[in-house]
Design a protein around this ligand. Structure first.
Ligand code: DOR
Length: 442
């Protein structure tokens, strides 16, 4: 039996912030109180720092197997715990893609041996694997990912008959990347005519434009309404799409939405500075889109915040507009970056915690995580003010770069605790920490 006592914290949970202590015993939250008496095997004096349930990131690309020159489950989950993420759900566009039970099992085995955070995997839908999708055990996967727009990897589902059947047969959450590929192709050709291969990166949000997003996400929503599918639309990037989603509590709806860190923190003025380092799908759009997404965080149209952590090497990113792959490494900056929205008064801290932890656990029906509750697994983050003179932490993501280089966050992750184990503490990775498989109550 091991115990870890966190004293003098400000606990952020379920809409409230309260001073108190939290005792962990054998991986779980044993006790929460204003002052817990007695000794523990180990103690952390939080000295007034915030203690929150760790972020549950519903969208990451950790690249293993097959693309480990970009990242691995070990390297990217190390970056994740440094950024306050205690659980992750990994995407199927690996090599091989996660389109079969065998591929799913391989990923789970890798994660069991090497993930520093708790883990689950999304199963991929393709034009030719509907039988495997329909036969899935809903508790064996986080969700079923459908690329309704082509992105990194070749998982586009573009056959309307397959889409209809998929929405009708999905045995658990269908999670969708929505961008309309035909209209993107038309835009690409327009730009190619005038610029050849030398299309500027600033054209990315005009090629993968708001119309392409709206067409595809409105189709997804229409199909989900028709078939009563449990649909979760990923990474909304435009103001216009917000109207497709209901501003109602999660329990009252079957269509939900995610927004990502980069669509909240960047806008199209940043292409001039970052070039291909900001290229991602869907594209980062205008300041007005960014501001509308920020404003929507106060309500229920945007249910959760993810990172869409998607590392590519600097060499890959150095190619021209058409060749540079889309995606940014974001996990290590996750909570400090999102805390900027709190410091700027866009949202309050309990709302941020709701979108990064509580609602994610509710939405995916994750057992015993996502809240500070006695008996739940101890997935925790201590967050405090970042000392202005603190040196930047080394980048743990294998790709070795960050789109946030040079940004000085006002908060830092002091400690991350995964299933009761210290995973990140005082700027150091505790490499022995191993995450657990997420359990789903479905
Ligand atoms: O920007 C992106 N990168 N969007 C995606 O949909 C895929 C991801 C990746 O895997 O690189």
């Amino acid at each position: 039996m091991t115990t870890l006592l966190i004293r003098n914290a400000r606990l952020v949970n379920e809409g409230q912030i309260r001073a108190g202590d939290l005792l962990i015993r054998d991986g779980r939250i044993d006790k929460i109180g204003s002052s817990i008496c007695g000794a523990a095997d180990e103690e952390i004096d939080a000295d007034g720092d915030w203690l929150l349930p760790g972020m549950i990131d519903d969208q990451v690309h950790f690249r293993e197997p097959g693309l480990t020159h970009k990242g691995s489950i070990a390297s990217e989950s190390a970056a994740a715990v440094a950024g306050g993420i205690t659980s992750f759900m990994d995407m199927p566009n690996t090599r091989p893609p996660t389109l079969s039970l065998a591929a799913l099992q391989e990923k789970k085995a890798i994660a069991a041996g090497s993930a520093h955070a708790n883990y689950a995997f999304h199963f991929g839908a393709a034009n030719d694997n509907l039988a495997a999708v329909a036969a899935l055990d809903p508790c064996a996967v986080a969700g079923i990912k459908v690329f309704m727009g082509a992105s990194t990897g070749n998982l586009l589902v573009d056959d309307p008959a397959v889409l209809e059947r998929l929405f009708a047969c999905a045995p658990t959450l269908l999670i969708a990347h929505c961008e309309d590929t035909p209209s993107i192709t038309v835009n690409e050709e327009k730009w190619r005519k005038t610029h050849g291969d030398a299309v500027p990166l600033s054209a990315h949000p005009l090629i993968r434009d708001a119309e392409a997003c709206y067409r595809s996400s409105s189709l997804a929503v229409a199909l989900a309404r028709q078939h009563r599918t449990r649909l979760h639309v990923l990474h909304l990037s435009t103001a216009r799409e917000l109207a497709l989603f209901e501003d109602r509590p999660l329990a009252e709806k079957h269509i939900t939405a995610e927004v990502c860190v980069h669509h909240l923190l960047f806008d199209d003025a940043d292409y001039a500075r970052l070039g291909s380092h900001l290229k991602c799908n869907p594209a980062v759009k205008t300041r007005a889109d960014r501001d509308a997404l920020r404003q929507a965080l106060a309500g229920n149209r945007l249910d959760v915040i993810g990172t869409d952590h998607a590392p590519h090497t600097l060499a890959e990113k150095a190619a021209g507009y058409f060749q540079a792959p889309a995606g940014l490494p974001l996990a290590q900056d996750a909570l400090p970056a999102l805390m900027e929205l709190v410091h700027d008064g866009c949202i309050d801290l309990p709302t941020l915690v709701a979108k990064t932890s509580h609602r994610v656990a509710d939405l995916f029906r994750i057992a015993e995580r996502g809240y500070l509750r006695e008996g739940y697994w101890a997935d925790l983050v201590l967050l405090g003010p970042r000392p202005p003179a603190a040196a930047p932490a080394p980048i743990l993501s294998r790709c070795g770069w960050s789109p946030f280089a040079g940004r000085r966050w006002r908060s830092e992750v002091r400690s991350t605790i995964v299933s009761g184990q210290l995973a990140w503490h005082r700027g150091q990775l505790h490499a022995a920490c191993r995450g657990q498989a997420l359990a789903f109550l479905r």
